[in-house]
Design a protein around this ligand. Sequence first.
Ligand code: ARG
Length: 303
Amino acid sequence: MRALRYPLAVAVALLLAVPCPVRAEDRGVVGGQIVKVADAPWMVALASRERFGGVRSGHFCGGALVGRTTVVTAAHCLSQEVLGVDVLDAKDLRVIVGRDDLRGSAGSEVPLRSVWVNPGFDTETNAGDVAVLTLAQAVPSGRSIGMAQAGDAAYAPGTAAGVYGWGDVNGTGAYSNKLRGARVLVLDDGLCRHAYPGGPEGTYDSATMLCGGLPLGGRDACQGDSGGPLVARGRLVGLVSWGSGCAQAGRPGVYTRISSVAALVRAHSTESLSGAPAATALPGASAPLGRPQPDAPAQWGPR
Ligand code: ARG
């Protein structure tokens, strides 16, 4: 019985062969549900119709409002690789505020006054993956979220967190038209170091990065969610940055650790940003995703 000499190999082969039993409409971000932007008012889409076409409002990344004119996102979202041109030549960059469905025209499309991309962003390791967008017009107060400082309890491993975006819902390039969110956990640094010890899949650096997901995978950010927020205890703790595949067991999502870049964000914002959790419509720390929507099956998982 040759196969029995390799029980692990057989188990892995079976797992790979058996299609994932999760129904497509249950998926997120990956493994999430539809979320109303009213319940995640700091969530914004980065858009350029010129670069990405108008069908989904030109969406290409996520971002988060940390002030009335200040949006944080990932540096890699504004790279030549993503935009196809230098960011200074992407003239129609917009931040879309208050739009649930990218096929519609709800909310507003705010032009930018200025863009700061972290010059310390390391394209090899993805360390320092942050950029600050200054809006040409202020959005109404009450939409922004506070950045969690170092030592905030929201960074404790096991903390429930929400990740949001209009990105790929299953790793096949199927982008969501409606905003989605998934509830994940802030994961232990040791686990992430183990997942990404260096080499082709990447290197986890706990000083500048944060890991989120579930130990067995199944929920994660994915392509197109980059720059979007990871929120825990009502505070911004991370920005979607990278990962190996999406939602795979043992390959958690890696986020820019907000506490490691908050000083840079403040230095490049033209307003004074409050560190305190902003007033949002979120019902509380135990429910970072807001209310489940009727067309999304309840899928809250372990709290
Ligand atoms: N780099 C991707 C983007 O530009 C985000 C990847 C996040 N991946 C993950 N497994 N969490 O949208």
